[in-house]
Design a protein around this ligand. Structure first.
Ligand code: DC
Length: 222
């Protein structure tokens, strides 16, 4: 069973996806972390993220794995390193490269095969798993998303001004929404959830109820 959760940066979809997987006892796949790992590897190897061919090679050669809550890239724990503002920007650049996307999409399909899984990203319900059992599109006002990211970064002792974060979020949204390959868009059959004024537990209740209802339908129970 595949549950997809897509949405823009800071919409709360990561928290929602992680929490939902926990409640359902499903696997969880953070596909943004995969783009971030490629961005990190480009920086680490002195590869220009604008160089599509070189970045695609990095994506193909990099071994990304998830161990519990840790993200590993070629055996290095990059969990914290991939969350900096710099890596965020570079990730949105490499995510525009068709060959990078193709490689990561293949990896995502391989990982999900045969699993009960919640997968989270931008294109999960539209491109990667068009036949997913449950699809959600999670959004929130840009200002709200900037506030959340600001707090997240503060917890990691990165004090980036709120206005700068808002600008970065808008720039990333624009790139994610207008890129030619897999732009950020809700699947037609996705349920939309605006988290601007919802508490995490309320979002999780909505998601969990929808998935459990679907599971019951699939098992022929009403
Ligand atoms: O969700 P995130 O902020 O960790 O994602 C990092 C970047 O990767 C962001 O610019 C969007 C991009 N991304 C993507 O293009 N497709 C995905 N499935 C997941 C993330």
């Amino acid at each position: 069973m595949i549950v997809t959760i897509d949405g823009p940066a800071g919409s709360g979809k990561s928290t929602a996806a992680r929490g939902l997987a926990k409640r359902l006892d499903f696997y969880f796949l953070d596909t943004g972390a995969m783009y971030r790992a490629v961005a990190w590897a480009c920086t680490n190897n002195g590869v220009d993220p604008q160089d599509a061919e070189a970045a695609a090679r990095v994506a193909r050669e990099l071994t990304i794995s998830f161990q519990d809550d840790r993200v590993m890239a070629d055996g290095t724990d990059v969990t914290e390193a991939i969350r900096t503002a710099n890596v965020s920007q570079i990730a949105s650049v490499v995510a525009m490269i068709p060959d990078v996307r193709e490689e990561l999409v293949q990896q995502q399909r391989r990982v999900a095969q045969g699993l009960k899984i919640v997968t989270e990203g931008r294109d999960q319900g539209t491109v990667v798993f068009p036949d997913a059992d449950c699809k959600f599109f999670v959004t929130a006002a840009a200002e709200k998303r900037a506030e959340r990211r600001h707090l997240e970064l503060l917890e990691k002792h990165e004090d980036v001004p709120l206005e700068e974060i808002l600008e970065q979020i808008k720039a990333r949204d624009a790139r994610d929404e207008t890129r030619e390959v897999s732009p950020l868009v809700a699947a037609q059959d996705a349920s939309r959830i605006d988290t601007s004024s919802l508490a995490t537990e309320d979002v999780l209740d909505v998601l969990e109820n929808a998935v459990r209802k679907k599971m019951a339908q699939q098992q022929g129970v009403n």
